[in-house]
Design a protein. Structure first.
Length: 83
């Protein structure tokens, strides 16, 4: 069985991530003090995302930057597009 995700799985995951993004933004709007917590766990979240990407793609850990190349304000900005 292939470890590659199907198109429908990727669409489902994209929808899920968009919903999670909306939930995080609503929570931050409701409780701005959560932003300091998000800043604390941002690096941990990135490290977990790298592990998941490694598992899904089969790429080595060395294929990914050790530290997220983007700042928290960038990744939480709907208009941000990496160059």
């Amino acid at each position: 069985m292939s470890s590659l995700r199907t198109h429908s799985q990727m669409l489902y995951e994209a929808d899920y991530l968009l919903a999670m993004d909306r939930n995080v933004k609503e929570a931050l709007d409701d409780s701005p003090s959560l932003k300091s917590y998000l800043e604390i766990v941002f690096g941990q979240c990135y490290a977990q995302a790298v592990k998941q990407a490694k598992a899904e793609t089969g790429l080595s850990m060395e294929s990914f930057p050790v530290v997220c190349p983007y700042q928290l304000p960038e990744v939480t900005n709907d208009e941000f597009l990496p160059e």
